[in-house]
Design a binder for this molecule. Structure first.
Ligand code: EPS
Length: 376
């Protein structure tokens, strides 16, 4: 399975094509729309989210709501469309690169002076298209009782100290939290920091923890570097705009603890097969899922566009100038958590299809059932 997105932030629409998705899976667009709505939400989102009402139009790949095995094309129309590919638009030229955005590196790469031609594609708006693909994959994974969920662990200097036991508790605790926080205190502290940053004309990043549960052991492979499940997940997560750090399981803490206190001992019980009592590995050992929940954490840097801009340089005059100030978010960590879930759902779906076949749901189901029998 593979997917490709297209679309500029202020173009007519965002599109995604998901190719290699199996035949026979019922897909409901309301489940995609509910993920899109969540991606638009969260404290710190900017004015654009009041203009848009992201909704998916499924264009191909399904008949009577069931996948055909053909490419699934999906589209989200932009309300704030300013670019018509066949006409001259009225976007004013922008020449001052914003530090930490794609503006300068992109302008140098493409020999460009007008950063509109860089930022339109580099904008995180593209991630709405990924959420459509992720929402389709979540519906496939749901057929195997595999769920993907996330919560916000840190905003700025406030870090939650709550310990999470399983994915059900994440889903239950974050259900009514606009901040996707684990409890009221976390939510209050996080929102307070975002409000303060807004008042200070600043921006804030944070840490998101993503869980995938239940995952069969044996997804991914230790046989070759590019088949490792942790490498795939880390790469997919790192591809999300503004992500600068990825950890699986105990991650960087492994470096400071001894082996005897780090590694997850192995147990066996007749009813549940092999299992671990701890999960420092984050559900992946040697690039292969071990049956425990997959746990990944990502660090998102603060939004690049600042209302109180940093020093920069005008790309036409090469003179010092404050960075361009354009409409933006104060924080988009909650939005990013939906994108992170989507990228994990896509990575895990690909791994399922690698292991159990990819043509039709019936064949995948039967291979899956037979494989599970071998595990105990
Ligand atoms: C986004 C839409 C954008 C920004 C944001 C993500 O809308 P606009 O640029 O028209 O205000 O809100 O983009 C960025 C944070 C960025 O740095 O590019 C969206 O739909 O998520």
């Amino acid at each position: 399975m593979r997917f490709i997105t297209a679309g500029e932030s202020h173009g007519k629409a965002l599109t995604v094509i998901l190719e290699g998705f199996p035949k026979g899976v019922k897909i409901v667009d309301s489940a995609i729309n509910s993920e899109l709505e969540k991606r638009m939400s969260g404290p710190g989102r900017g004015k654009r989210m009041q203009i848009e009402k992201d909704r998916v139009e499924i264009l191909s790949g399904l008949r009577n709501k069931v996948t055909l095995g053909s490419p699934i094309a999906m589209l989200i129309r932009n309300n704030d469309a300013k670019i018509d590919p066949q006409a001259k638009d009225s976007l004013a030229e922008k020449n001052v690169a914003r530090p930490a955005h794609a503006d300068l590196a992109g302008a140098l790469k493409y020999g460009e002076k007008d950063i509109n031609n860089i930022l339109e594609r580099a904008s995180a708006r593209e991630t709405a298209a990924r959420v459509c693909a992720g929402a389709v994959c979540k519906q496939f994974l749901g057929l195997f009782q595999t769920k993907v969920a996330s919560y916000i662990r840190q905003i700025g200097d406030y870090q939650s100290n709550k310990v999470v036991k399983n994915i059900s508790s994440i889903i239950a605790k974050t259900k009514n939290s606009q901040m996707k926080a684990l409890d009221k205190k976390d939510e209050r502290e996080m929102i307070q920091r975002i409000n303060q940053a807004k008042q200070d004309k600043d921006s804030l990043g944070g840490v998101i923890e993503v869980w995938v549960e239940t995952v069969p052991p044996g997804l991914g492979s230790f046989m070759h570097f590019d088949r490792k499940l942790d490498a795939k997940i880390a790469g997919y997560l790192m591809s999300i705009p503004a992500i600068k750090g990825v950890e699986i399981g105990a991650g960087f803490n492994y470096a400071k603890n001894k082996g005897s206190e780090s590694h997850d001992a192995i147990y066996y019980a007749k009813d549940k097969g092999y299992y671990h009592k701890t999960n420092n590995s984050g559900g992946i050992e040697a690039g292969v899922s071990n049956g425990e929940p997959i746990v990944a954490r990502i660090a998102m840097k603060p939004i690049a566009t600042l209302e109180k801009p940093l020093d920069s340089v005008n790309l036409r005059t090469k003179k010092k100038q404050k960075a361009s100030v354009i409409r933006s978010d104060t924080s988009a960590v909650v939005a990013c958590s939906l994108v992170a879930e989507s990228m994990c759902a896509i990575a895990i779906t690909e791994s399922y299809l690698d292991k159990f076949g990819s043509d039709s749901l019936g064949q995948i189901r039967s291979n899956y059932k037979n494989y599970l029998k071998t595990l105990k």
